[in-house]
Every structure is written in structure tokens, then in C-alpha cells.
Design a protein around this ligand. Sequence first.
Ligand code: ZN
Length: 285
Amino acid sequence: MTRILIILFWLSLFIPAASAAAVPVPQLKPGLELQQTPVRVPGPRYFENAVPFPVLKPKGSAPSPRKPVIVIDPGHGGSDPGAVGIKGTYEKTITTAAANELAARLRKSGRYTVILTRNNDSYVKHDDRLRIAREGQADLFISIHADSAGKNARGAAVYTLADRAKGRSKRIVNNQNWIMDIDLSTQTDPVGDILVDLAQRKTESQSDAFAGILLEELQGKTELIGNSHRRAGYYVLLAPDVPAVLLELGYISHATDEKLLKTKKHRNKLTASVERAIDRYMAGL
Ligand SMILES: [Zn+2]
């Protein structure tokens, strides 16, 4: 019995050592931590063969990249003739012709998706002109007009949104529940205002950039009025997230401008300048 107890005593000394040797405890060097093995969660992401099969498509079927959307807005129309020239030319006649010619030119280039707010002698409300631009996800909105003033004023001008009109722009966003990047209707006013501010700031710099390029392109092709980049609160410039300019092609109240604007040759010079400006602007984005 005593011998058995002695054997058990000696065995008890060796068994812990033997079990410790069987399951080694990782010894960490100072400064290192024991890393946990990542837990695999069952699910489709963790299938063994998770590498997607390559999908072969017939040549030429790849979706073409989205073309920039240019919305052209011929001013006035229908019951609203706009300004009337000294020889009786209606502004709406000039703006419709120039807008359709510009649209044809841009479509022919194949580089743009072109949307006209109207293409015939119809009246389109200002709200609807903006709605068309926003729903079409316009990258650029160009409203086309021909001005009138005293007999001596002549030349083209480009308008962008005036600072003083920005509050009005915010009110329209709220009143019409326009969806910005984030739904303003679910936001408290301060947050909504900040979002509109941010959108406006970006849009303003884009509109200004395009206005500058457009004036450079028009320079030498047509008379420009002094201080040709102007700012105004025109309704069609109010969308806070659509870069927009209003181009006054010239003054139909000036005999020479009216005569020129009635000719397709002169309008071609103008629309070619607008196209070059759009190309340059889009290339720089
Ligand atoms: Zn006008």
C-alpha cells in the first residue's frame, strides 16, 4: 500500500508537467499582444469560392459613360414675346432660333445630352424651366435671351446669380420641397440651410467659371457690352445645385444688334462660341 502511495505521489509530480508540455501556452514577447483569430461569420461573403466568376460580355456592349447634360432654355415664348426690337423683332423669335441651333450643334457633336425647356413658340413657366433642369440632372443650364435698353446699348452679356438672390433660392428649395443631396423636408432648418449654402457655393463657382470661359469665347466673335459678366436675381438662375448662366446675345433695341441677331450667320458665330465654351468647361471639371 505504501509503495502504491509513493508511486502515485511521484506520478502527481509528473502529470501537470506532461499536460503543460502537451498544450503550450503562447509566450508573448514584451510589447506584443495576443492576436485574436478573426471569427468567420457564415454567409455568402464567406463561401470558400467567393471569387466572382468573370462575366464575359460581347464586344461593344459595355454601358457608355454618362454624357454631361446641357439644358438650353430659350427665354420667353408663346404669349410672352420678351423684348421687342426697333424693327419689331420679338426676343422670343431670336431666342427660339438660337436655342434650337445650339441644341442641334451640341447633339451633332455626340458629346452631350441636350434638353430644351421648349423647342417651339410656347410659354413655359419659370418654375417648369427649373424643374426640367433639375429633373434632367443638368450639368449646365444656359438660358438664352436678347436684351433691350436705350438705343445705344449693344453687345452680349453673361449673367450669373447675384448674392442678394440666394435667400430667395433657399425659399424656393423649401417651398417646393426640392430634394437636394439630402431630403430637406426631414432636416431642421439650420441643417437644411447649411446644405443649401454648400450647394450654392459650389454651384456659384462653377457658374462663374463657365461665365468666364463663355465671355472669352465670345470675345472677338461679337460685340460685348462693358462689364459683361453681370449678376442678377433671375428666377431661372435660382436652382442651388445647377450651374447656370443667362446669356444675353445682344440688344434687339440696337439697330445693328437686331439686324445681326436675325441672321443665321451671326447666330452661328454665337452658338459656336457657346459650344467651345461648354467643351472647355467640361474638360476642366
Ligand atoms: Zn429676355
